[in-house]
Design a protein around this ligand. Structure first.
Ligand code: 3PG
Ligand code: MG
Length: 399
């Protein structure tokens, strides 16, 4: 992996350090419902503060589309962030201009300040150069700790790295190191598990993976498209029939690359997409016309387990079934627990990411039993697709 600098390379004592984090956390009625992203970024902020930096925290929240939207203010994040850090966090009602400048000026070494939502200014997403200047004057050093936003070429994720000395924070560093081990230069054999509802959102991913991994487990609604493409009846399952030819091309590409693609051999079917709907396990060739596939069956999970046991590296994106509806979570939960066991036994390096994936692992009670679980959704997917993430590229250029 090309090199980027980390906090180890800089002296932050007494300096104003702009730290880009991703506080785009799930909230309900003004309360944070999942503090994972806050907890994962806190060590960077705490380390900088402990080293005597004046820490200025930058983040976006939601998609306010370039104007202030009260419900998307970062103010409700002040207390949760302070609670995790165990120290007070100041707040400025704007991320640039006089309000931000005055708040930064008031900082003493070791203090932490959170600035208002970057996306309240349309120039942020446009990576506008005058806006980059206005952010840059607030700091001496830039630390990017927002891997989950690194797929965006915005002022605070890309532009600013060209203006100030720029290094990766601890979370960014950990994400990049884990991903490098999983897909960059992995120990072989490598297995990828790819699930999710629609194959259309994962075409680039599958096309890229077949050339990189030794086994490819395809699950979730998207597996139906592959089954249909092979002439297997999928009843009234979710299926993108217009992508049948593309699915066959992916399987052919896998064959050429000597990547073993694994589809379900048995499936769980039901008449309706509903929790606890009447259901049964059938052979993959026996889906009734009036039923839909909602999960992979136990025989498939056992097959996947055996294949994974023959690998030393695993990367996972997307659930294998409708995991949010019991009992159609069984396939995903079963395989996730199997991966967790192999990981705990030291036999497998396992890396997972993506919004639904992390929710599914948490549901299975194993989100802390994988080698690494990314905080990123879209950025993780783009990285798995082999794309260059602008935020990461800017750090490498700056190194
Ligand atoms: C995320 O939650 O995926 C990141 O914060 C990026 O958000 P965005 O998709 O609105 O750019
Ligand atoms: Mg997103």
């Amino acid at each position: 992996m090309p090199k980027f600098k980390t906090i180890d390379a800089i002296n932050v004592s007494g300096k104003r350090v702009l730290v880009r984090v991703d506080l785009n956390v799930p909230m309900k009625n003004g309360q944070v419902t999942d503090a994972t992203r806050i907890e994962r970024v806190a060590p960077t902020i705490a380390e900088l503060a402990a080293k005597g930096a004046k820490v200025v925290v930058l983040s976006h929240f939601g998609r306010p589309d370039g104007k202030p939207v009260a419900e998307m203010s970062l103010r409700p994040l002040v207390e949760p962030l302070a609670a995790v850090l165990g120290k007070p966090v100041a707040f400025a009602e704007d991320c640039i201009g006089p309000l931000a400048e005055a708040a930064v000026l008031a900082l003493k070494p070791g203090d932490v300040l959170l600035l208002e939502n970057l996306r309240f200014h349309k120039e942020e997403e446009r990576n506008d150069s005058a806006f980059v200047d206005k952010l840059s004057v607030l700091g001496d050093i830039y630390v990017n700790d927002a891997f989950s936003t690194a797929h965006r070429a915005h002022a605070s994720t890309e532009g600013i790295a060209n203006r100030l000395p720029a290094v990766a924070g601890r979370l960014m560093q950990a994400e990049l190191e884990a991903l490098e081990k999983a897909l960059g230069t992995p120990k072989r054999p490598v297995c990828a598990v790819v699930g999710g509802a629609k194959v259309s959102s994962k075409l680039e991913l599958l096309g890229h993976l077949v050339a990189k991994v030794d086994r490819l487990i395809i699950g979730g609604g998207m597996a139906n498209t592959f089954l249909h493409a092979q002439g297997i009846n999928v009843g009234k399952s979710l299926c993108e029939k217009d992508l049948a030819a593309t699915a066959l091309e992916i399987l052919e590409k896998a064959k050429q690359a000597k990547c073993v693609a694994l589809l379900p051999t048995d499936v769980v079917v039901a008449g309706e997409f509903k929790a606890n709907a009447a259901h049964k396990v059938v052979d993959v060739h026996a889906c009734p016309d009036d039923q839909m596939i909602l999960d992979v069956g136990p025989q498939s999970v056992a097959l996947y387990q055996r294949e994974i046991a023959g690998c030393v590296t695993l990367v996972w994106n997307g659930p294998l079934g409708a995991f949010e509806l019991a009992p159609f979570d069984a396939g995903t939960t079963g395989l996730a627990q199997g991966v967790a066991s192999l990981t705990l036994e030291g036999k497998l390096l396992s890396v997972a990411g993506g919004g639904d994936t992390v929710a599914a692992l948490a549901h299975a009670g194993v989100e802390d039993k994988f080698t690494y679980v990314s905080t990123a959704g879209g950025a993780f997917l783009e990285w798995m697709e082999g794309k260059t993430l602008p935020g990461v590229a800017a750090l490498i250029r700056a190194a």
